[in-house]
Design a protein around this ligand. Structure first.
Ligand code: B12
Length: 440
C-alpha cells in the first residue's frame, strides 16, 4: 500500500490582538519560531511499525485549504494516517474529507481523537482511540484484507520496551530546528486541566535507556549535531530513570530540552548530571505563585504542596547551569485583577530565564472541561479551534473575559519586552558564574 503520514504543522492563536503581540515582541517571536517547527513523533512512530513492503511518505501540511492541495502533494496514497491535537482538529477533518473525496482511505488518531472519539468517527474510515502502537498493525492487516473496522481502541498501557524505532529518515531534516525523542509517557500526577498523554493512558512509563540512545544515534545519522526536545510530559518523575538517562546522555555531546516537574530541585546529583548530559532548559509547570494551586492536582494536591519551595527551587536549578522555562496559567478560579501584578512580581523575583504565559484551557475529555460544562461556563463548548492555550474559551470565576484577555496581553508585553528579556538572560549568566566561582 502507498501510505501517507500527514501532520498538521505550526502553532495557532485565534485572537488577533494576541497574534499581533506575537509579531511585535522579540521574546515571543523567537519562542514561536522555535516551537512551531517540530515533526509529528506519533506518526513517525507508527511509520516505524509499518512493514517494509509498504511505500511510506511523511508530510507536514501547512494549509489544508490550499487549492489543488492533493494534486500538488506527493501521492497518490491508498491510505492516509492523520494525527490530531484539538486546536487543529477541524483542519484535520477538512483534510480527511478532501482525501476521502478522491477515494483515499483515512485513518484518524491522536490526542483529540482519543478525547472525542464519536465526533472523530464521523470524519474517517477508521479511528484509533488511545495509544497508536498496539492498534496500528491490526489497522494495516485489516486494510490489506479489505476489512477495515471503523474503530480500534487500545486501553492496556503500551510497554515502551517494545517501542519501534521512529522513521526519522522520512524527514527532510533541513526543515526542523529540533527533533523529538520520547523517553517517558504519562505523568504520575493528574492536574485537572491536563490534556497531554495521561489522557491516552494514565500509567507513567519509562523507555529503556538503550532504546533512547539508539533513537538519538539514528537521528545523528541524518543530523550529526542535533538539538533534541524530549516529547515527555514529566521526564524526571522517576529519579532512578532520570539518573540513568543523564549518565547515558553525557557521552553523547548533545543539547536538549525537556518538560518535568519542580521536584528535580531536590536532587543535587541529578541536577549536576543533567548539566553534564547537555540539558539546556527544562520547562516546568509552576502554574501560579499563589493559592490557585489548591486542588489543581487531583490525586494528592501535589502542586499546592510545592509552592513554598518555588523560588529556592528555580534558583537552585539555574545555579546548576540549567535554565528554567516557568509556565504560568492565567484565569484560574482564584484569579482576580490583582493576580496579574502578583504573577509579574513573582516572575521578576524568580529570575526565571524563560517564561510561558498561557490561559487556562478546558480541553475536551479533561475534568476541567466536564466541570465548566456542568457549571455552564464554556463560551462555545465545541470551538475546538480556540483551544490554543491563548484564547479565552470560558467564563472566569472572578474576572470578565475581557479582563483576562487584557491581563494576558499586558503581562505578555512586560514579560517579553526586550529590556526584561535581556535582564533575565544577564541575571542567569551572572548567577551561574557566581555559582561556578563558589564551586571552584
Ligand atoms: C511536540 C508538540 C508539538 C509540536 C507538534 C508537532 C506535530 N505535528 O505533532 C508543535 C510544536 C508543532 C505543537 C504545536 C501545538 N501544540 Co503541542 N505539544 C507537543 C508535545 C510537547 C509533545 C507531543 C508528542 O510528540 N508526543 C509524543 C507522541 C508519540 O505522542 P502522540 O502525538 O500523542 O501520538 C501517539 C498517539 O496519540 C497516537 N497517534 C497520534 N497520531 C496518530 C494518528 C493515527 C492515524 C493513529 C492511528 C494514532 C495516532 O499514536 C502515538 C503513539 O502512541 C505535547 C506535550 C507533551 N509533553 O506531550 C504538546 C501538546 C500536544 N500540544 C498542545 C497544544 C495545545 C498545541 C498547540 C495548539 C499550541 C498552539 N497554540 O498553537 C499547537 C497545535 C498544533 C497542531 N498542529 O495541531 C497540547 C495539546 C492538547 C490537546 N488535547 O490538543 C499538548 C498536550 C501540550 C499541552 N500543554 O497540553 N505541539
Amino acid at each position: 500500500m502507498r501510505i501517507g503520514f500527514l501532520a498538521l504543522s505550526g502553532i495557532r492563536v485565534i485572537d488577533p490582538d494576541l497574534a499581533m503581540i506575537g509579531l511585535n515582541l522579540p521574546g515571543f517571536v523567537e519562542r514561536s519560531k522555535v516551537i512551531a517547527s517540530l515533526p509529528s513523533l506519533g506518526l513517525l512512530t507508527l511509520a516505524g511499525l509499518t512493514p517494509d513492503e509498504h511505500e511510506l511518505r511523511y508530510l507536514d501540511i501547512p494549509d489544508v485549504d490550499a487549492p489543488d492541495l492533493i494534486a500538488r502533494l506527493p501521492g497518490p496514497f491508498d491510505v492516509v494516517a492523520i494525527s490530531s491535537f484539538t486546536a487543529m482538529i477541524k483542519d484535520a477533518y477538512r483534510l480527511a474529507a478532501r482525501y476521502r473525496a478522491v477515494g483515499t482511505k483515512v485513518i484518524l488518531g491522536g490526542l483529540h481523537v482519543a478525547l472525542c472519539p464519536d465526533e472523530a468517527a464521523t470524519h474517517a474510515d477508521a479511528i484509533v482511540v488511545g495509544e497508536g502502537e498496539p492498534a496500528w498493525p491490526h489497522v494495516l492487516a485489516d486494510l490489506a484484507r479489505g476489512q477495515l473496522r471503523p474503530r480500534y481502541q487500545t486501553t492496556a498501557p503500551y510497554d515502551l520496551a517494545e517501542a519501534p524505532m521512529p522513521r526519522f529518515d522520512l524527514l527532510d531534516v533541513s526543515k526542523y530546528n529540533r527533533l523529538t525523542i520520547q523517553t517517558t509517557r504519562g505523568c504520575p500526577w493528574n492536574c485537572e486541566f491536563c490534556a497531554a498523554s495521561i489522557r491516552l493512558n494514565p500509567k507513567y512509563r519509562t523507555k529503556p535507556i538503550p532504546k533512547v540512545i539508539a533513537e538519538l544515534h539514528r537521528i545523528k545519522e541524518i543530523w550529526p549535531v542535533p538539538f533534541i526536545e524530549f516529547a515527555d510530559d514529566n521526564t524526571f518523575a522517576d529519579k532512578r530513570h532520570g539518573h540513568a538517562l543523564c549518565e547515558a546522555l553525557a557521552a553523547e555531546r548533545v543539547r536538549w530540552f525537556t518538560e518535568t516537574d519542580i521536584s528535580v530541585a531536590q536532587d543535587d546529583a541529578l541536577l549536576r548530571k543533567m548539566r553534564q548530559a547537555g540539558c539546556a532548559q527544562i520547562l516546568v509547570g509552576l502554574e501560579d505563585p499563589a493559592d490557585g494551586l489548591e486542588g489543581m492536582e487531583l490525586k494528592s494536591n501535589w502542586k499546592a504542596r510545592q509552592r513554598a519551595h518555588y523560588l529556592d527551587s528555580i534558583r537552585k536549578i539555574q545555579d546548576h547551569g540549567v535554565t528554567v522555562n516557568g509556565c504560568f496559567v492565567l484565569g484560574l478560579d482564584t484569579h482576580t485583577e490583582a493576580s496579574f501584578d502578583r504573577i509579574w512580581e513573582f516572575i521578576q523575583q524568580s529570575e526565571l530565564y524563560e517564561i510561558q504565559l498561557t490561559v487556562l484551557t478546558p480541553f475536551p475529555g479533561t475534568p476541567l472541561y466536564e466541570r465548566f460544562l456542568r457549571d455552564g461556563r464554556l463560551i462555545d463548548p465545541l470551538a475546538w479551534e480556540k483551544r490554543t492555550l491563548f484564547d479565552v474559551t470560558y467564563q472566569p470565576a472572578h474576572l470578565s473575559v475581557e479582563a483576562l484577555r487584557k491581563g494576558l496581553l499586558d503581562l505578555a508585553s512586560k514579560v517579553y519586552s526586550t529590556e526584561f528579556t535581556d535582564f533575565r538572560r544577564r541575571q542567569f549568566i551572572r548567577r551561574k558564574l557566581a555559582a561556578e566561582d563558589r564551586a571552584a
